[in-house]
Design a protein around this ligand. Structure first.
Ligand SMILES: [Fe+2]
Ligand SMILES: [Fe+2]
Length: 302
């Protein structure tokens, strides 16, 4: 999933990028509230470098929270008879296989490529890495908490969430390593504590996250295929990793698909609210409008 942060966030003063070779290392601290806020860039070694205004927009990635008590009820097999535990068991085995365990290994091409990216492209590319890292990290936080909260109620579903948080942490870490090629890093610990969390009811978490994961899959594979056909635009090696990477997102989407099937009440509410004459697309409108907002701010990369 990705995020769009306004370029102005960092471009207002530009020192970080245009003089990046002069700054040994900087840590971004992205703040949370909607009006423009302040981000602190800190040079490695603790020396404060500069302060840069952050302007958050609709497209800035968000962090999410939900009604965890309701989640526990929804995944209680004594209460929800629609839960297909054998399907979840099969999915769990797939996640345990951890197909991409050894996939995210960097090489010297990364730094060499980063050093060749200059000017406006450098600025845009750093934003791309930063937004993507924040979005992946957002998924990590939500899935990790769901894994923790559902452990007693439904250990199988809980373990899947934990393994998905493993994947998202890996993705976020790989993107953050990419930022290090530009002498930058996102302060993820600070983000966790300081960023505002947006609340969604569980059913909207299901809709939004399902679509977000599937859009994430299509985004990664589309970029990968495009650059494979047009290698002259392959400016940084991270894109070569997208072919396997997108399969993680696809598996996450498949899991949410199984979750949605296990929550027919949520799906039915969507249909009933639109009436019997509504087309499928109209039926989905109330859900997707919320979902689109979520997608824009989490995964809808570019
Ligand atoms: Fe991911
Ligand atoms: Fe994912």
């Amino acid at each position: 999933m990705a995020i769009l942060k306004p370029i102005s966030k960092f471009s207002s003063t530009t020192p970080i990028f245009s003089n990046s070779r002069c700054v040994k290392f900087a840590t971004f601290r992205m703040s949370s509230t909607s009006p423009p806020t302040t981000a602190k860039t800190v040079a490695k070694g603790g020396k404060k470098a500069a302060k840069t205004a952050i302007k958050e927009t609709l497209l800035t990635p968000r962090f999410y929270t939900t009604d965890f008590d309701e989640m526990e009820t929804l995944f209680n097999t004594d209460i929800n008879k629609n839960l297909n535990q054998s399907e979840f068991e099969a999915l769990l085995q797939e996640f345990k296989t951890d197909y991409n365990q050894t996939h995210f290994v960097r090489n010297k091409e990364f730094k060499e490529a980063a050093d060749k990216i200059d000017g406006p492209l450098r600025q845009i590319f750093v934003e791309f890495l930063e937004r993507s890292c924040t979005a992946e990290f957002s998924g990590f936080l939500l899935y990790k908490e769901l894994g923790r909260r559902l452990k007693k109620t439904n250990p199988v579903v809980a373990e899947i969430f934990s393994l998905m948080s493993r994947d998202e942490a890996r993705h976020a870490g790989f993107l953050n390593k990419g930022l290090s090629d530009f002498n930058l890093a996102l302060d993820l610990g600070f983000l966790t504590k300081a960023r505002k969390y947006t609340f969604f009811k569980p059913k909207f978490i299901f809709y939004a996250t399902y679509l977000s994961e599937k859009i994430g899959y299509w985004r990664y594979i589309t970029i990968y295929r495009h650059l494979k056909e047009n290698p002259e635009y392959q400016c940084y090696p991270i894109f070569k990793y997208f072919e396997n990477w997108c399969q993680d997102e696809n598996r996450h989407g498949d899991f949410f698909s199984a979750l949605l099937k296990a929550q027919p009440r949520s799906l039915m509410i969507g249909r009933l609210s639109c009436g019997p004459d509504s087309s499928v697309s109209r039926c989905m409108l109330p859900c997707t409008s919320t979902t689109v907002n979520a997608l824009l701010s989490t995964r809808a990369l570019d």
